[in-house]
Design a protein around this ligand. Structure first.
Ligand SMILES: [Fe+2]
Length: 465
């Protein structure tokens, strides 16, 4: 395998800087001649070599995803599709589905073999090869290296990531139950695999988003928390006054519509509305001030009345009687198509888990957490932690197909990111700092809305405090 530093220095020798995505691509292709071919083809005024300079790589999208009537299509996450939990049988299906679909994404980028084939035969010892597995355990050795247990459908394997190798930075961010590919060599005794490179299902570097052909704007918000004594009603009213002239045709709300009842100990002390039906009635009334021509798409979050296990079903009809007619209910997560632009709405509870598992991750960087999801092509990679997952027959939390926009919330801190053609927006909250957040030193960014132009995918933030 070609060393990343060696690739960068080859470019530097000719006065060029190189984007890390290109370095990784060259490593994946494992073809040293590719460097010369790229260098030969770059225009003379180039400073940084990016994906568009790779021969044969085109980052232009030809064609549009037409959708004019109706303008909103629920691609996945329609009411009634979340399914029920059927014990261990589904649980096995769930993990097989996760492994096979994410494994296929990795297999498109490297040639792999089954773990059993590698371990059983002495033929492959000390030979460079690649395998794919789901991470079942990760630990740090006394010398500071990382060891991961990975398994496929045939066997399991201990993989060592040495701290002095470039692959270590990828290994530091390993999360249980994510699916990875590793390239390296098996030890002579067949017991330990020395990894030199790691592949995540990740987005291809030539990914380019679809854009709307016709004008249209979507406003993204989250975590309204109606019923809480920290809900910012005045700010909300200013938002409702602003939206008719904003040019928006869509309003997307990514969960925690209300504060709920009994979500955390002592919550009743912080509620202005102590009845769950009345909380949803109040939420419906707040939406009623929004013009009927604006389509409102509403998904649940962990404070809402539905089951906590994801995918979460839509808010049941007995709670939505006061919701206006222009309101469309979707599950969490849901993929919606707005004029050809796909938005993946996910409340974002797994961000808590990822912050706990990824070194250096923090609540202030909710955008970074969306990148971690996209690299793993999964909304909630770690199973059995704070994010309850309803293990159905298929894994609905896999990010496939790729959206143009990933819309999350939950952490109450706005974050925007651009990652390989996908726009990530964590939409903040409509609740000021709670006593719990104060204790945890979490500083929310309340009363903000992010508007996205569907023809350009340029986001703009508006504040209503
Ligand atoms: Fe929330």
């Amino acid at each position: 395998m070609i060393d990343a530093a060696a690739i960068a220095s080859r470019f530097l020798d000719t006065g060029l800087q190189v984007h890390p995505d290109v370095v990784r691509y060259i490593q994946e292709q494992d073809n040293p001649e590719l460097i010369d071919r790229i260098i030969a083809g770059v225009p003379t005024d180039t400073i940084v070599v990016s994906a568009k300079h790779i021969p044969g790589m085109t980052t232009t999208r030809d064609g549009m995803r037409f959708l004019t009537d109706p303008t909103v299509e629920i691609v996945s996450g329609s009411p009634g599709t979340s399914g029920s939990i059927n014990g261990t049988e589904d649980y096995l299906h769930y993990f097989r589905d996760r492994f096979s679909r994410l494994g296929t994404m990795i297999r498109n980028r490297c040639t792999t073999m089954p773990i059993e084939g590698l371990v059983r035969s002495p033929r492959y010892r000390q030979e460079e090869c690649s395998v794919i597995g789901m991470v079942s355990e990760v630990k740090t050795t006394t010398n500071g290296h990382r060891i991961a247990e990975i398994e496929d459908t045939t066997a399991n394997l201990s993989v060592l990531f040495r701290k002095d190798r470039p692959v270590f930075s990828d290994a530091e961010r390993l999360i249980m139950d994510e699916v990875i590919g590793v390239r390296g060599k098996l030890s002579q005794d067949g017991k330990l695999f020395f990894a030199e490179q790691m592949f995540r299902p990740d987005i291809r570097i030539d990914n380019k988003p679809f854009l709307s052909e016709t004008p249209g704007k979507a406003v993204l918000i989250s975590d309204v928390h109606v019923g809480s004594d920290t809900f910012l009603e005045d700010a909300w009213n200013r938002f409702v006054e602003w939206i008719p002239d904003s040019g928006a045709s869509y309003l997307l709300i990514a969960g925690d519509l209300v504060d709920g009842i009994g979500v955390y100990p002592g919550q009743d002390q912080e509620l202005t509305i102590k009845n769950i039906y009345e909380q949803y009635d109040a939420f419906g009334e707040l939406l009623s001030g929004i013009p009927k021509r604006i389509k409102i798409i509403v998904a649940p979050g962990n404070h809402d009345v539905v089951r906590g296990a994801e995918p979460q079903p839509v808010i049941p009809a007995q709670f939505t009687k006061k919701f206006p007619e222009n309101c469309m209910l979707v599950e969490n997560p849901a993929l919606v198509n707005l004029q050809g632009v796909r938005v993946l709405m996910y409340h974002g509870r797994s961000i808590d888990d990822m912050i706990g598992l990824i070194p250096g991750a923090s609540y202030d960087q909710s955008g970074k957490m969306m990148e971690e999801m996209l690299q793993r092509r999964h909304l909630a990679p770690a199973y059995g932690r704070r994010t309850p997952i309803a293990a159905g027959k298929s894994d609905r939390l896999i990010i496939d197909p790729l959206p143009e926009i990933l819309h999350t919330g939950h952490v109450h801190i706005r974050g925007i990111t651009q990652y390989r053609g996908v726009l990530g927006i964590n939409a903040g909250t409509w609740q000021s700092q709670t006593a719990f957040q104060k204790q945890m030193n979490v500083n929310p960014t309340p009363a903000q809305a992010v508007m996205v132009d569907l023809q350009t995918l340029v986001p703009e933030t508006y504040t209503f405090l």
